[in-house]
Design a protein around this ligand. Structure first.
Ligand code: 13P
Length: 251
């Protein structure tokens, strides 16, 4: 059985005091046993988040990472630094990193290699723009992102991958992909994985949907056959809305 995951990506939100308040509240919650709960706070709050949730089934995740081990890279964070504060999972290839910080497929494949060498799990984001969706090239775009960023990995390496499909036009816009659009793309991603690796690996790979997931639409999206959970932005900033999404899987 592949994993069900709900991961909160806080982006550049929540300072230390807000992070403390959130985790104090989140720790009091009961989580469904079959759902992995993850939160990606700002780098500055990773240490606090990890320490305060040590006894709880909450995984603390980084939002990004540099591809080099160390060196003269002002403002950057290495895999070793993340591991030293207990972080074992990193989000790579978020569309905001691709669009605002010029992260290319080539750079991402280097980051992927560094994360794998450091035995980290990767939540690898893919997704098309509105223009690409309108032009009908969305499946090709996502397929290229997978091929260039991930598919050089060995079977063993690929087992550390969680894919997150986040259509750029649905991020922070309030416009969600319809459950059918999400299912169609998730099935296409799973079939690419099967083609490059094997049916077995494709079946075991968790594929998350991200883009305006809210308490009132999560159940329908998570109910799709190939959707294994969500990568949640805005609705992960408050415990109440985040928990409603964590509890949105139908039994
Ligand atoms: P929103 O849920 O705010 O649309 O953000 C989605 C996202 O980008 C998560 O990584």
């Amino acid at each position: 059985m592949r994993k069900k995951i709900v991961a909160g990506n806080w982006k550049m939100n929540h300072d230390l005091a807000e992070t403390e308040t959130f985790f104090n509240e989140l720790k009091k919650q009961m989580f469904p046993e079959d759902v992995e709960v993850m939160i990606a706070p700002a780098f500055t709050n990773l240490n606090h988040a990890f320490t305060s949730t040590r006894e709880h089934p909450i995984e603390i995740v980084a939002q990004n990472m540099h591809q080099s081990d160390k060196g003269a890279f002002t403002g950057e964070i290495s895999a070793a630094m993340l591991k030293s504060v207990g972080v074992k999972t990193v989000i790579l290839g978020h569309s905001e990193r691709r669009a605002e910080f010029g992260e290319t497929d080539d750079l991402l494949s280097e980051k992927v290699n560094t994360a794998i060498e450091n035995e980290m799990t990767i939540i690898f984001c893919v997704g098309e723009s509105l223009e690409e969706r309108k032009a009908g090239t969305h499946e090709q775009v996502v397929s290229k992102q997978l091929e260039e960023g991930l598919f050089h990995l060995s079977d063993v390496g690929f087992k550390n991958i969680v894919v997150a499909y986040e259509p750029v036009w649905a991020i922070g816009t309030g416009e969600t992909a319809s459950p059918e659009q999400a299912q169609e793309m998730h099935a296409s991603i799973r079939s690419s994985i099967a083609k490059h690796y094997s049916d077995g690996i494709a079946k075991e790979t968790a594929i998350l949907y991200g883009g305006s997931v809210k308490p009132d639409n999560a159940a329908e999206i998570f109910g799709q056959e190939d959707v294994d959970g969500g990568l949640i932005g805005g609705a992960s900033l408050k415990v109440d809305s985040f928990m409603k999404i964590v509890n949105a899987f139908q039994k």
